[in-house]
Design a protein around this ligand. Structure first.
Ligand code: SP5
Ligand code: ZN
Length: 386
């Protein structure tokens, strides 16, 4: 693969060399249709739409990237990351909701277009249960709040199929890296980094990046680092590995302390626990953060990954830090995303990039392309790609 310096590429959208990083794809990822998000008590338009996957794929194909279909994988690695109760709820909850007559029960109060989506209504917060054992509610409507921690992340008829397919996409990308590719990109949808061991939310259902990291561990990488450049803190990924010393998690994101999702995690003093002490790094950033400050934070995380001694890297590649994105106040440009990819690539490690957020459809594809172009050039410099 040819080396491409920043000076040689006149602009991010007109690279002089094709993108060679394989793009893993599954048409089943389109089957999740959130239809909306219940936000502040009302149904609002959905943001995590199937069109996201279409525009990313189209742009990467036009950049020359090979597209590979995901291969079906078993549940072993998924079970190492997620609780069986969560998986059971995600797989069967929609049907059970329908069978319990809950869609019919609310139809009289919905608007002209009834929405058949699972939405939780009671949450076992720390203050509510106050140390009581966490029970499995009998009613499916009660169970929803046991596993879902917000009202924005709706479950429809295709949600499980898509979320499970996204895990296969991530695992196939891990396989490609295992078979000698320096890097692979998993076009996962729905995204995953907000999902903990047993709780979904933030437009995410299964933690694709955490499953990829776990799979890399199982396939021989002794130490794996996750670099999360999505605009939001990946609270789910952080907590999956919070007590472990074999997986490092580093994230730069809009400061939850300034009022941003996920509100309850992502603070600078969260550094890991027990065996995992010192293997978690959060760099919260102020609203309006531009490229130079954002890239300085990327550098700090890349340096920490180097010190950790990772054998492989998972990038949680959200592009919602971009200046035009409607869901975050960070102000990163295409050049910023390309530079971030380059810096991560210069680690010279096998790299699995997993799609997370990014909601501005007109620039979504070119932002991902910029980051992967940078990753390719960084890997080429260090000999990670030959
Ligand atoms: C993967 C990812 O980027 N998840 C981010 C989820 C954060 N969502 C916060 C939503 C805050 C309110 N947005 C209003 C949208 C109205 N439809
Ligand atoms: Zn995000």
């Amino acid at each position: 693969m040819p080396y491409m310096s920043d000076a040689m590429g006149p602009s991010t959208t007109t690279p002089t060399h094709p993108l060679a990083i394989p793009v893993v794809w599954s048409a089943d990822c389109l089957r999740h249709e959130p239809k909306g998000e219940v936000w502040l008590g009302v149904m609002t338009p959905g943001t995590e739409l199937p069109e996201r996957a279409h525009v990313i794929r189209a742009e990467l194909e036009s950049a020359g990237a090979p597209v590979v279909d995901a291969r079906r994988h078993g549940d072993q690695t998924l079970h190492a990351v997620h609780d069986r109760g969560l998986l059971d709820f995600l797989e069967h909850g929609y049907r059970q909701w329908a069978e319990a007559g809950l869609f019919a029960a609310v139809a009289q109060w919905s608007g002209p277009e009834p929405v058949d989506r699972v939405v939780p209504y009671v949450f076992p917060t720390a203050g509510m249960v106050d140390g009581l054992p966490l029970r499995e509610p009998a009613g499916i409507h009660g169970r929803a709040g046991r596993y879902g921690y917000d009202t924005m992340t709706l479950i429809g008829p295709g949600t499980w199929l898509a979320a499970r397919a996204a895990v296969d996409v991530a695992l196939t990308a891990v396989d490609l890296v295992g078979s000698g590719h320096a890097a692979a990109y998993a076009l996962c949808r729905p995204p995953g980094h907000h999902v903990t061991h047993d709780a979904y939310g933030g437009s995410c259902y299964l933690n694709n990046a955490a499953v990829a990291a776990q799979a890399l561990r199982e396939s021989g990488s002794g130490r794996v680092a996750i670099v999360d450049i999505d605009a939001h803190h990946g609270n789910g990924t952080q907590m999956v590995f919070y007590d472990r010393s074999d997986v490092f998690y580093g994230s730069l994101h809009v400061d939850p302390g300034a009022g941003w999702f996920p509100h309850y995690a992502g603070y600078a003093d969260e550094s890991g626990r027990g065996e995992g002490a010192g293997t978690n790094l959060n760099l919260p950033l102020p609203e309006g953060t531009p490229d130079d400050d954002w890239l300085a934070a990327v550098d700090r995380i890349v340096d920490a990954v180097g010190r950790f001694g990772a054998d492989a890297v998972v990038v949680s590649l959200g592009v919602d830090a971009a200046v035009d994105d409607p869901e975050s106040p960070l102000r990163v440009t295409h050049d910023g995303y390309r530079a971030a990819g380059d810096r991560i690539g210069r680690l010279g490690l096998p790299t699995v990039a997993v799609q997370e957020g990014g909601y501005h459809l007109p620039t979504l594809g070119t932002l991902v392309r910029s980051c992967l172009t940078g990753l390719q050039s960084g890997l080429t410099v260090t000999g990670g790609i030959s």
